[in-house]
Design a protein around this ligand. Structure first.
Ligand SMILES: Cc1cc2nc3c(=O)[nH]c(=O)nc-3n(C[C@H](O)[C@H](O)[C@H](O)COP(=O)(O)OP(=O)(O)OC[C@H]3O[C@@H](n4cnc5c(N)ncnc54)[C@H](O)[C@@H]3O)c2cc1C
Ligand code: FES
Length: 280
């Protein structure tokens, strides 16, 4: 079976959006879940969050950043090309309920996985305050979509080129210091952002959820590749998560495990780039 790419476009430097025809996945998808895809028989399997889905038209939207060999290969694909595998939806859906006021935070390409949650929390009756951030304004994605889907949208950039000059966590702190009664905060982005956010929100005692991104291989709880430590217990992010209580996650372990294969990943990318140059 193969999965046709209905649309592929670049939405920011090195960030791409792809709509993939996968009716069964689209029908079963819920906010917070992900897919694992394989470009062809020789490619590695990579997990990507379901950024949007349309059950009626049968497609799933993914948004990815070029990181290494596979995401760079994926970025070169075009409309009408086909993917070999597109398995999902995987993972436990986000626990979306009517809680009152929730803050949804997306950092960098983490804005993509936050977007379906913004829609789901709002549909469930919450007041949704979204906070999105990136290194600079050119790297901000889905700003209009996030504004439409949220009750309030705040923007932060590291270099001050748009919105608050600084980090998304500064903005969240300002909201927590205001009179707003916040029931839950969801943070998705680079591990360091999630770690800093967890440390910042803890003294406020506000429930904080993060979506973890450890290395995943099978995505079904069989290989143990995605193990993380939460509250001192080993969990498999692909089946027990990817969402966990931020105040219980061992972020140092997560970050050290993510760095385990860095030399192999960079060797693989160099070989891929040499092959690509040879093709030209
Ligand atoms: C549940 C989940 C959801 C994700 N959602 C998104 C998303 O929506 N958009 C997005 O841009 N990225 C997402 N990622 C990260 C994405 O899977 C990696 O960027 C991708 O696998 C990199 O592969 P590569 O060959 O291009 O790069 P490589 O050079 O192989 O790796 C670059 C970095 O990507 C990470 N990575 C590599 N292989 C894997 C793997 N098998 N599983 C997880 N991480 C890996 C590591 O941090 C690694 O250092 C998600 C990861 C997880 C676990
Ligand atoms: S990816 Fe293999 S157990 Fe989670």
């Amino acid at each position: 079976m193969s999965y046709k790419i209905l649309e592929k476009k670049q939405i920011a430097p090195q960030v791409h959006l792809m709509k993939v025809l996968a009716p069964d996945v689209a029908k079963a998808s819920k906010a917070g879940q992900f897919i694992i895809l394989r470009i062809d028989e020789t490619s590695e399997r990579i997990p990507l969050t379901i950024a949007d889905f349309d059950a009626e038209q049968g497609y799933v939207t993914i948004i990815f950043q070029e990181m290494g060999k596979t995401t760079k290969q994926l970025a070169k694909m075009k409309d009408e090309d086909e993917l070999q595998d597109f398995a999902g939806p995987l993972g436990t859906p986000a626990d979306v309920r009517d809680l009152g006021t929730v803050i949804l935070v997306g950092g960098g390409v983490g804005i993509a996985p936050v977007y379906p949650q913004v829609k789901a929390y709002r549909e469930a009756g919450n007041k949704v305050i979204s906070v999105i951030g990136a290194r600079n304004k050119d790297l901000l994605i889905l700003e209009d979509e996030m504004r439409d889907a949220s009750d309030e949208l705040h923007v932060a950039t590291d270099d001050g080129s748009k919105g608050h000059h600084g980090f998304v966590t500064d903005v969240v702190k300002q909201i927590l210091d205001s009179s707003e009664d916040v029931a839950r905060i969801v943070v998705i982005g680079p591990p360091i952002l999630m770690k800093v956010a967890a440390g910042m929100t803890q003294p406020y005692g506000v429930e904080t959820i993060v979506s973890l991104n450890p290395i995943m291989i099978d995505g079904t709880g069989m290989c143990g590749g995605c193990r993380v430590s939460v509250g001192g217990e080993t969990k498999f992010a692909c089946v027990d998560g990817p969402e966990f209580d931020a105040h219980k996650v061992d972020f140092n372990l997560l970050m050290s495990r993510l760095a385990l294969y860095r030399s192999e990943e960079s060797e693989c990318l160099q070989n891929h780039e040499c092959t690509c140059k040879g093709d030209n």
